[in-house]
Write a protein that binds this ligand. Structure first.
Ligand code: DX5
Ligand code: ZN
Length: 225
């Protein structure tokens, strides 16, 4: 399996000093910075856009900017986030009229492409798109807010996607990452990784902790057991 990556979500950071918050979690061992973009249309909340991503990019050092678009429509924001330093751009398929075109657009702009499935979104979306994906993200909460409880039915969904991604890797030699977003804590990270996830988003578990290094280490330790 691919090494487990930890992606703290800035949604739970102190928005009055985001640059410091990002630098702090990168120094504390974060692999990626998870950047939650909400438009108050696809989801009932409003966050930040490409200007903030661009401003934070230098504070993230070696960490990849993992941009999670919870917006509808999607395409117009892709070039803007690519220019703003996104390394990976993920979106929700039901928010794009032409999912395959949006995935291609992301890659044409030099970013990795991810598809995000909500707890109620059928896994069948993946059937014809694996060749066009670098990452699959399963939501373990309904998108819109940090600090929600992990929905348990995500575990069998992770197992089902893991089976498909392993078969794809055997057939093509190409590994697609499997990220989980929402309600990830040290006490469930072991089960989440055992079910097949290799990339963990953690908002409140990292930014809600006064010792971010210890919080990231606790997630990593739980993932390794
Ligand atoms: C929810 C966001 C998540 C969220 C994770 O819509 O996409 O990234 O911030 O936060 P926690 O880890 O607190 O559930
Ligand atoms: Zn997210």
């Amino acid at each position: 399996p691919l090494p487990t990556l930890i992606a703290p979500s800035i949604l739970s950071a102190d928005f009055a000093c985001l640059g410091q918050e990002v630098a702090d979690v990168v120094a504390a061992g974060a692999d990626w910075i998870h950047f939650d973009v909400m438009d108050q249309h696809y989801v009932p909340n409003l966050t930040v856009g490409p200007m903030v991503c661009e401003a934070l990019r230098p504070h993230a050092g070696r960490a990849l900017m993992d941009v999670h678009l919870m917006v509808e429509p999607v395409d117009a924001l892709v070039p803007m986030f690519a220019r703003a330093g996104a390394g990976l751009i993920s979106f929700h398929p039901e928010a794009s009229r032409h999912v395959h075109r949006t995935l291609a657009l992301i890659r044409e702009h030099g970013c990795q492409a991810g598809l995000v499935l909500n707890p109620g979104t059928p896994l069948g979306w993946l059937d014809d798109l694996l060749d066009d994906l670098d990452l699959v993200m399963l939501m373990a909460v309904n998108p819109g807010f940090g600090g929600q409880r992990f929905i348990a039915s995500t575990l069998p969904r992770l197992r089902a996607v893991r089976t498909r991604l392993d078969a794809h890797a055997r057939a093509t030699g190409r590994r697609i990452r499997l990220e989980v977003d929402g309600g990830v804590k040290p006490d469930n990270a072991g089960a989440i990784v055992a079910a097949g996830a290799d990339t963990l988003v953690a908002g409140s578990a990292v930014f809600g902790s006064s010792d971010r290094r210890a919080a990231i280490a606790a997630l990593r330790a739980a993932a390794a057991t």
